[in-house]
Design a protein around this ligand. Structure first.
Ligand code: CLR
Length: 264
């Protein structure tokens, strides 16, 4: 009982005071991230499972392939922007996100929203035939041929395949998505410290559910995926710069404003 005198309690040295969470708070944090994921996930897994074999037929694939480069880019930019809008809604409901300055919220979304779209894409992916649910049916890489960025499409499909192999639960996907978004190392943050505190709480939440699911070894694999996401997003930006140079008018006047705001 003299331990307290020798080692007086210093809250700054208590790792748990960095994350002011009781176990109950962690459960609440996870539950609210999972709820937010569910409410903004665009499609439910059961719904998608039922549509698993609804593929585009030959004529429909033909129709996508005979679109011009700029027509197909515009079409995909619109679909991508819809998906991003759901991610923005998701972000707003991550505990702590709304407390960040508007500048920092935008900075996190600029770099993270595309990454979360790609994480979410794995939910819409059928590994048995390498197709993704796009425009109401399942589409293989050939559907995206007229975008003229085959390397990006292949890399994105490979990523989805790799994510599916991890067989994450919806809860794990929700926490991982939040972690991808709330990253204190993103450029242009005003209040890095505050973002760091939110990041730690989300990390703590993910650790908690992996522990509960007896799958702690997934943490390492998930961090490896994060590195792949970075490279996919820089490839996306590279393609966008290429496209904007070639088709400045489409990029300027026909892309959705949110797409331009986030990526241009
Ligand atoms: C992601 C999950 C969403 C639905 C959705 C809509 C559009 C899809 C996107 C998913 C995945 C990535 C996607 C995109 C359309 C084009 C884009 C296939 C399935 C590829 C990677 C091309 C990127 C280049 C464009 C900017 C032209 O719930």
């Amino acid at each position: 009982h003299d331990l307290m005198a020798i080692h007086p309690y210093n809250p700054l040295e208590d790792p748990y005071s960095l994350y002011p969470h009781s176990l109950r708070n962690i459960d609440e944090l996870c539950a609210s991230i999972v709820r937010s994921h569910r409410e903004t996930s665009q499609y439910r897994v059961e719904e998608l499972h039922a549509l698993r074999w609804k593929l585009f037929n030959r004529e429909e694939i033909q129709a996508y392939q005979s679109k011009s480069v700029d027509e197909m880019w515009q079409h995909c930019a619109i679909r991508l922007t819809e998906a991003v809008q759901y991610v923005v809604e998701f972000a707003k409901h991550i505990p702590g996100f709304r407390m960040l300055s508007q500048n920092d919220q935008i900075a996190l979304l600029k770099t993270g929203s595309m990454e979360v779209v790609l994480v979410r894409m794995s939910r819409l992916f059928n590994t048995e035939n390498n197709t993704v649910f796009f425009d109401g049916k399942f589409a293989g890489t050939e559907v995206f041929k007229s975008l003229a960025c085959g390397d990006l499409i292949t890399a994105v499909f490979d990523f989805a395949h790799g994510m599916c192999a991890l067989k994450l639960t919806e809860q794990q996907i929700a926490l991982f998505s939040a972690l991808v978004l709330i990253n204190a190392d993103r450029p242009c943050l005003e209040d890095k410290g505050r973002v760091q505190r939110v990041q730690r709480s989300v990390e703590f939440g993910l650790t908690h559910i992996l522990h509960r699911d007896n799958q702690e070894s997934l943490m390492h694999k998930l961090y490896q995926r994060v590195a792949v996401l970075r490279s996919l997003c820089s490839l996306h930006m590279e393609k966008l710069r290429w496209f904007s140079q070639r088709y400045p008018l489409t990029a300027h006047s026909l892309f959705p404003p949110l797409y331009k705001e986030l990526f241009a």
